[in-house]
Design a protein around this ligand. Structure first.
Ligand code: FES
Length: 202
């Protein structure tokens, strides 16, 4: 399981860009008066996107102030969700699911490949600074286990050689084609549909 690492190097200040301030207003306006704290997840997501995919402590303070929340409440939200990073991640951020179904189907082998090629420890940048990896809890694609997420895309039905191919491609600065390594469509059976075959688009 991943333990959130807080970056030792922190910017002193954080402010939303002009464009993001417009988004912030839209998000806050989605909720009734006096309930602007409900926008906390959206604002954290915007902050992370604005800051190269990680959230500095200054952004937590800034968002807490903006939403009239205590710093610790916002910090609790950030540390609860694995989607939020508290230290810099690579341009290609690999998240390996190590929950039971993926673990039974070989998640450890995927982790070992990341250790070998990206960095010995999770949450550390590769030598060329392009990649980092971490372990996460179930990513909701158990039926295609083992799997990993890279940035916004899922790579499923992995084995050692496929994972190595993907990781090496990422380290060379290229993004591989996401999806099932067995070319399954979504989570359809490996040998094609066995039910609802008469129905179009089922
Ligand atoms: S256990 Fe890995 S995606 Fe659910």
């Amino acid at each position: 399981m991943s333990i959130k690492k807080v970056s030792k190097i922190q910017p002193e200040l954080f402010e939303f860009s002009k464009e993001n301030l417009i988004e912030v207003e839209k998000e806050i306006n989605k909720y009734p008066k006096g309930k602007k704290a409900s926008a906390v997840l959206s604002l954290l997501y915007l902050a992370q996107n604005q800051n190269d995919n990680w959230i500095p402590l200054a952004a937590i303070k800034y968002i807490a102030k903006l939403l009239g929340m205590s710093y610790i409440k916002v910090y609790e939200v950030v540390t609860f969700y694995s989607m939020f990073n508290l230290s810099p991640v690579g341009k290609y951020f690999v998240q390996i699911c190590t929950t039971t179904p993926c673990m039974i189907r070989g998640a450890n082998k995927i982790t070992n490949i990341c250790k070998k090629h990206i960095s010995q420890n999770q949450n550390e940048l590769s030598e060329n600074k392009l990649c980092s990896w971490t372990e996460v809890e179930c990513l909701g694609a158990c039926v295609n286990a083992p799997m990993m997420q890279v940035n916004q895309d899922y790579f499923e039905d992995l084995d050692e050689s496929k994972t190595e191919e993907i990781v090496l491609k990422l380290l060379s600065g290229n993004f591989p084609t996401p999806g099932s390594a067995k070319n399954r469509k979504n989570n359809a059976p490996e040998k094609g549909k066995t039910t609802l075959i008469d129905i179009k688009n089922a």
